[in-house]
Design a protein around this ligand. Structure first.
Ligand code: URA
Length: 213
């Protein structure tokens, strides 16, 4: 697994505002979308393309277009839904699949309650959207689901990651294996607290995006 932490002043500026406990829901949502688009720019750097030529008003230019099959974006319910707009802004041609995982507040173990993924993902680049890579249990489960269906690559886009979660996903998906696994994050924070929250983090991303329902 490869980890890419995006060190860019705009990313850090937006992340700082996102962390701020006084940011309201509307601000939190729009900052999330903007941050995801910035992270997605780096996360898509190794996407498969094929050469094409186009006729301009003055000649022929060589370029590329994204290779088929189109990528699959997988927001993890519920908080990942808050990242979908920012991602489809950059990849409007992508398909979208959904997985739902809920973690037990006591054991912190994640269990799957929704699986709307294509049965076959052979040859496809996939992008998992989950704002908080905390214990790594959810992400490891989702990556395994995509790997079982034959995905070529799995790139997780996270706003924040904890060292504990990164280590867990790294142990499960060693470098050089199939699929290629990458994690792209705006920052890696200090640690998890005893409730599995990232410290200093930004709190409960789902609650801050959608309210406490
Ligand atoms: N999920 C969240 O929403 N926040 C955390 O800090 C950890 C997991």
């Amino acid at each position: 697994m490869r980890t890419l932490v995006i060190d860019h002043p705009l990313v850090t500026h937006k992340l700082t505002a996102l962390r701020d406990a006084t940011s309201d829901t509307a601000t939190f949502r729009s900052l999330t979308a903007e941050l995801v688009t910035l992270l997605a720019y780096e996360a898509t750097r190794e996407m498969r393309v094929q050469p094409v030529s186009v006729t301009t008003p003055v000649g022929v230019a060589r370029g590329v277009k994204l290779a088929r099959p189109v990528p699959l974006i997988v927001p993890v319910l519920r908080a990942g839904i808050g990242m979908l707009d920012g991602m489809t802004r950059l990849l409007p041609m992508a398909d979208v699949g959904f997985v739902g995982l809920v973690r037990d507040e006591e054991s912190l173990v994640a269990s799957t309650y929704a699986d709307r993924l294509p049965a076959v993902l052979t040859g496809r680049d996939t992008f998992v959207l989950d704002p908080m890579l905390a214990t790594g249990g959810t992400l490891a489960t989702v990556i395994a689901m995509l790997a079982d269906r034959g995905a070529t690559s799995v790139t997780a886009i996270c706003l924040l990651a904890a060292p504990e979660g990164l280590r867990r996903v790294e142990r499960a998906f060693a470098d050089g294996g199939t699929p290629v696994v990458r994690v792209v994050a705006a920052a890696v924070d200090e640690r998890l607290n005893d409730r599995g929250y990232i410290v200093p983090g930004l709190g409960d991303a789902g609650d801050r995006l959608f309210g406490q329902v």
